[in-house]
Design a protein around this ligand. Structure first.
Ligand SMILES: [Zn+2]
Length: 247
């Protein structure tokens, strides 16, 4: 799966080999955790991605709704369960503090999926959990988890990603609506991907809907083949022009 791929919930479950009922899933993969996020209107939590840094601020989760707690949004988010074991908030908070305090060498790696529409998800890639805090949201205490985007390499190593490679959610929602949730070439609704019209590596921007469109896997592949087959000619034309210039 590539960053910005659009998948159904069933594909998400298949990719993670787990029924992700919760948004926060500590240590669910062999070497990583999973966050489900949403910045849509009416989303249950205040998740946000900073468009200038690409960093993710992910809000912790509420206590379960029970008879004793009919309104979870009115009470502090819990660190532990009533029985005293860690909640998902607690597990991630501890991981962040252990990393900050030098007790663990590497930050927790978190795979992030973002909800775009009902049943429609977008894979956002890997992030590192570098910090966490407990803050007041005006009424109660909530957890905030701070993550930065990285590219996962073999052997658990990661490298930082250029942040502006990430397409902001606002742009994604706009493109999704404009293109009607279909490939702009063939109207397929399967294996969709957010594509940069002018590739990011060639200076194309992620920050406006004008340079982003929906393509299916087939048309995405055809497009990259086209660019690849043009490259030698661009190089030859370049050296020819240089030759003319020199002589
Ligand atoms: Zn297509």
């Amino acid at each position: 799966m590539n960053v910005d791929d659009i998948i159904s919930y069933a594909e998400l479950v298949h990719a993670e080999k787990a029924n992700l009922q919760k948004g926060m899933n500590f240590g669910i993969g062999k070497s990583y955790s999973v966050f489900l996020m949403s910045v849509r209107k009416g989303a249950p939590y205040a998740d946000q991605i900073d468009p200038s840094t690409g960093n993710l601020i992910y809000e912790g989760h509420d206590q379960h709704k029970t008879k004793e707690c009919p309104d979870p949004k009115s009470v502090d988010q819990p660190l532990t369960t009533p029985r005293g074991s860690w909640t998902e908030n607690g597990k991630f908070f501890r991981a962040a503090m252990d990393f900050k305090g030098g007790l663990r060498k590497r930050p927790e790696l978190v795979k992030v999926y973002e909800k775009i529409a009902n049943g429609i998800w977008c894979y956002k890639g890997f992030f590192e959990l570098v910090d966490a805090s407990i803050v007041s949201d005006g009424k109660r205490k909530v957890f905030k988890f701070y993550l930065k985007p990285v590219q996962k390499k073999r052997l658990g190593r990661t490298i930082e990603l250029p942040h502006n490679r990430l397409i902001p959610t606002q742009v994604k929602l706009e493109v999704w609506k404009r293109d009607g949730g279909k490939c702009v070439e063939c109207c397929s609704t399967k294996n969709l991907h957010y594509d940069h019209d002018i590739p990011f590596s060639k200076g194309g921007s992620s920050l406006t809907a004008m340079n982003v469109r929906l393509l299916c896997a087939k048309h995405n592949l055809e497009k990259s083949d086209k660019i690849m087959s043009l490259l030698p000619w661009v190089a030859i034309a370049g050296s020819f022009a240089e030759h003319l210039h020199k002589n």
